[in-house]
Design a protein around this ligand. Structure first.
Ligand code: GLP
Length: 264
């Protein structure tokens, strides 16, 4: 796991967008795994800015999102379909039919889960999966205790995640209790993983992910086993880290080839 420290949220988002735009330029037909959440908003702003400046095209990219709520209208403002439309798909030249999000409204969720896995395989697998992290160390919606080899499936949200997502729904009772999410095994099959973590609320999860034991109690700790996992944390999220890690400035001073896509 390569840990990269950003001085603040904006530098984290700018570095991540710069790197993703660069890799999409190098691999225009990339299969890109995407995430949602407040952390990602600044990242997408930076990506869209680079697209509008003509620095990157998504015309031949296919995307797969991590997760979606179950039985939530895809036009609901808190759905991840809405989030992706507003923050990314409608802002760049990605063909909407290339934007894949798990179908939480299927009346056959088991089939929908299996189809999602099949669609990812049919696309050739995910080249680069962008991730956030939950306060309890979850990735996608794989809550603590999730099998570290799990696949796309329906999961029940933990009380902590329901609380964390309440601002999007107004009150806890309105937060859907079930989601359809890529599994940890699914995420681990991505050739590269880029996880972004910002803010003091993530500092404990970041410490456990990077410096803690490999355990299902912190699903993100599985990234210690990924051959090409890159974690960008801002100073607020890094406060509990004990080791020293390279900064964005130090990484930018080095040739990328040494760190990214090696042996992809
Ligand atoms: C949800 C999403 C995750 C995301 C997490 C953190 O649980 N399923 O993919 O990483 O929220 O979101 P935020 O960035 O808003 O803290």
């Amino acid at each position: 796991m390569k840990v990269i420290r950003a001085r603040d949220y904006n530098q984290m988002c700018s570095f991540a967008a710069h790197f993703v735009a660069r890799e999409v330029r190098n691999r225009p037909e990339m299969v890109l795994g995407l995430a949602t959440g407040r952390t990602m908003q600044g990242f997408y702003r930076e990506v869209v800015e680079r697209h509008r400046a003509g620095a990157v095209s998504f015309a031949r990219v296919r995307t797969f999102n991590l997760d979606e709520y179950v039985n939530l209208d895809s036009n609901h403002p808190a759905s991840f379909h809405s989030f992706m439309r507003w923050n990314f798909v409608e802002q760049v030249d990605l063909p909407p039919e290339n934007a894949n999000i798990p179908d939480g409204n299927s009346d056959r969720l088991l089939d929908a889960s299996a189809k999602y896995e099949a669609d990812i395989r049919a696309a050739g697998g995910i080249d680069l999966q962008v991730l956030g992290i939950g306060r309890n160390g979850h990735i996608a919606f794989n809550e603590p205790g999730s099998s570290l080899t799990s696949r796309t499936r329906v999961k029940r949200l933990s009380p902590e995640t329901i609380l964390a997502n309440t601002p999007d729904f107004g009150d806890p009772e309105s937060v859907p209790r079930y989601v359809i999410t890529m599994g940890i095994g699914t995420v681990m099959e991505a050739r590269f993983v880029l996880l972004l973590a910002s803010g003091s609320s993530k500092s404990r999860a970041v410490e456990q992910m990077i410096e803690g034991p490999l355990t299902a109690q912190c699903p993100a700790s599985i990234l210690q086993m990924h051959p090409h996992a890159f974690v960008v944390v801002d100073e607020a999220a890094a406060t509990r880290l004990n080791q020293t890690y390279e900064t964005v400035e130090e990484i930018l001073a080095d040739p990328y080839e040494e760190y990214f896509w090696e042996g992809a």
